[in-house]
Design a protein around this ligand. Structure first.
Ligand code: BTN
Length: 251
């Protein structure tokens, strides 16, 4: 089960336990002189990380993996890549289980109105520039195993009554889709119209009334659109329209 193999030019490394698969892959990239094409997965993470410095609950029974994407570009790639990763997860899960996955801007994977997983994209400036896309999905965690403070917001396939896909098959399908999306884009800063429409169709956020917070900023409004850059568009209560790239929206 644990070990290494190569699939479609990518090295797959599966670990029993690690602090964070993103950390592990970033370390590999920093220590390499040449671009790294790899996937690192773990049965559990002892220090799984989410966006905005949060921790990501990562017990056994979930899928935790990170994919490296050697890139040219800069941090502008991050919102765009997060959207593509969300779409890759949504399509892969739908093909394997029939379940409809939505994407809560910018990085949450939603099933039935609750968080099934999340995406953490990070840039690594080693000897080569790369992005690391970390994906965590709750597969077989049972309802009673979900911590009480998370039970209203978190779900898993099993607690939603869906048979989870095989881990290896799900990883391969997500990686295949992510590679296709990333490497068929003409520009690495925005998505094509077709891909954008697919993303919008799966958006949990469009049409929702939200609070937006970033540092001291607090806005209330309605999410009206998702942009090619990865930004969300919000129409504020006072009539102004803003594009947001980072921060958080809550309902
Ligand atoms: C979030 O919910 O804010 C993002 C969660 C991302 C979790 C994944 S699990 C694999 C990879 N390793 C990490 O430490 N984080 C990501």
């Amino acid at each position: 089960m644990y070990g290494n193999f190569v699939f479609r030019d990518r090295k797959f490394i599966s670990l029993e336990s690690t602090v964070s698969t993103n950390n592990e892959l970033k370390r590999m990239i920093r220590n390499s002189d040449s671009p790294v094409f790899a996937v690192v997965s773990a049965e559990n993470q002892t220090g799984g990380r989410g966006r905005l410095g949060r921790s990501f609950f990562s017990p056994s029974g979930g899928l935790y993996f990170s994919v490296s994407l050697p890139l040219r570009g800069d941090e502008n790639n991050i919102p765009f890549l997060t959207l593509l990763a969300g779409l890759a997860v949504s399509k892969a899960v739908q093909e394997l289980t029939g379940a409809e996955i939505e994407i809560k801007w910018p990085n949450d994977i939603y099933l039935g109105g609750k968080k099934l997983g999340g995406i953490l994209c990070e840039l690594v400036n080693g000897k080569t520039l790369a992005a690391v896309v970390g994906i965590g999905i709750n597969l077989s965690i049972k309802r009673e195993e979900i911590p009480s403070e998370l039970e209203n917001i978190m779900t898993s396939f099993v607690s939603s009554g869906i048979i989870p896909p095989e881990k290896d098959i799900l990883i391969e399908k997500i990686v295949e889709k992510l590679d296709t999306y990333v490497y068929t884009q003409k520009e690495l800063y925005e998505v094509s119209e077709d891909v954008l429409n697919d993303i919008k169709e799966r958006s949990f956020s469009i049409g929702k009334k939200v609070k937006y917070t970033l540092g001291e900023t607090l806005w209330e409004g309605t999410v009206t659109d998702i942009k090619k850059s990865g930004a969300a568009e919000i129409a504020l209560s006072d009539g102004t329209v803003r594009e947001i790239f980072c921060g958080e929206i809550t309902q």
